[in-house]
Design a protein around this ligand. Structure first.
Ligand code: FCB
Length: 444
């Protein structure tokens, strides 16, 4: 069904799987610091060891091979490369990714490299982190070093993973590192991240014209809970906040006016500092879409967005997220219509369920259903002419799920935290393998 050259892969992120948090010269990241602070992670755990992927990467690439995927999305830990965020390079850190990429290529697996999946070097945070434009400069140096080092072997590069989380989840809601709760700060962070993205894409293009760059956004259809004008208004503003705050700068070089004017009312001088977002609109080769769920909202006069999330009756994953497979189709079609044409990758999609290991097996049929329905809906988007070029399941194996620690399991492989981090294929891994091998169709 899917195009012959379609990339099928799985995705991971450095802090969630690598461990080895202070080995071989790696510096501290904001996630090391955050996870070590009491009360930040629900189960009190850290990513110190995680899945120990840093030491077991060959074994993990063998799992990819076993699945039969032809692509793998991973991220680089910036503080492994620059322990202080900038300045001196840690050769051992570079060597690790060098070896990882070589091993992937040797196994016939195409890498998609994400430069920033949230583990900012802590020394940069001491100077304001993403609120400081020096961080933008440091990011460019880091990005250029990796382009130079790996650009001959890695074709697909994503600058940032989920700027919405980097900005709002981490700086307005305070749920992720560095745990700040201030909207004004979050807006400044969003701006600097978007600027860093645009500049990195530009620099990359001059360095390596044959490579491909993009950005990964977490996108949600936002639906009004009723047909009332007020609920529809709420959905428009919520969509600006969730989706368009990043889509519009990247593709049009401007913030969405509907929400910009709300923030202008709040912070009078807002527009003045934010004029230069044109920089973010550097031509990219692809957009990565992370899709997990949708959002239903209704009017709320008390909130800045005049909107609040409504919890509808629905099947949910262990994260409490509504299972809404048609949403992936809706998002892909919309992006193509409003911002395309642009090559799209589903850079993350998957689900956490309460997986149990019984007699050596994990019978995660809910995950199989979840993936099947999302694959189908992606196919329906392709049938409508949307250039979706690949799909990465989140995740290869269970891992450190940020503020939830190890309590949420997203993997195709189960990680036995009680037995030396043993990787055990779940039923879904077997199903995915058969699907990739054309042994089963999505209708079965
Ligand atoms: C996304 C993150 C990823 C993972 C999934 C479940 O927001 O990019 O690292 O935690 O959610």
């Amino acid at each position: 069904m899917f195009p012959g050259d379609f990339l099928w892969g799985v995705a991971t992120a450095s802090y969630q799987i690598e461990g080895a948090y202070n080995e071989d010269g790696k510096g501290e990241s904001i996630w090391d610091r955050f996870a070590h602070a009491p009360g930040k992670i629900k189960d009190g755990t850290t990513g110190d060891v995680a899945c120990d992927h840093y030491h077991r990467y060959r074994e993990d690439i063998a799992l990819l091979k076993e699945l039969g995927v032809n692509a793998y999305r991973f991220s680089v830990s910036w503080p492994r490369i620059f322990p202080c965020g900038k300045g001196e390079v840690n050769q051992k850190g570079l060597d690790f990714y060098d070896a990882l990429v070589d091993e992937l290529l040797k196994q016939g697996i195409k890498p998609l490299l994400t430069l920033y999946h949230w583990d900012l070097p802590q020394p940069l945070q001491f100077h304001g982190g993403w609120t400081n434009t020096d961080t933008v400069q440091a990011f460019l140096e880091y990005a250029m070093l990796l382009f130079k080092k790996l650009g001959d072997r890695v074709e697909l590069w994503a600058t940032f993973n989920e700027p919405w989380c980097i900005s709002f989840l981490a700086h307005e809601l305070g749920e992720h590192a560095p745990g700040i709760k201030d909207l004004r700060t979050a807006l400044q962070v969003a701006h600097n991240v978007l600027v860093a993205h645009g500049k990195a894409v530009k620099a990359f293009r001059s360095e390596n014209p044959s490579g491909k760059t993009g950005i990964v956004l977490n996108l949600y259809p936002v639906h009004p809970s009723s047909e009332s004008e007020q609920d529809k208004e709420a959905a428009i503003l919520s969509d600006c906040y969730r989706n368009r705050w990043f889509l519009d700068p990247v593709f049009k070089g401007e913030y969405p006016q509907e929400l910009l004017s709300v923030y202008q009312k709040l912070y009078g001088d807002f527009a003045k500092d934010y004029e230069s977002i044109q920089v973010a609109c550097e031509k990219i080769d692809f957009l990565g879409v992370n899709y997990y769920s949708r959002e239903v909202v209704s009017h709320d006069p008390k909130s800045i967005l005049k909107s609040k999330t409504v919890k509808v009756e629905a099947k949910r994953t262990d994260m409490g997220w509504e299972i809404y497979p048609q949403g992936i189709q809706e998002i892909l079609v919309r992006i193509n219509r409003e911002y395309g044409p642009i090559d799209l990758y589903v850079t993350e999609n998957g689900a956490a369920f309460k997986d149990e290991l019984k007699d050596g097996e994990i019978r995660d049929y809910e995950r199989i259903d979840f993936l099947k329905e999302h694959f189908k809906n992606t196919y329906y988007a392709i049938q409508q002419g949307v250039p979706v070029k690949g799909y990465f399941v989140w995740s290869l194996m269970d891992n450190f799920e940020w503020a939830h620690g190890y309590s949420k399991r997203f993997g195709l492989f189960y990680v036995d935290y009680n037995d030396n981090l043993k990787r055990i294929p779940k039923e879904s891994a077997r199903w995915f393998k058969k699907f990739l091998n054309n042994e089963i169709s999505l209708e079965e």
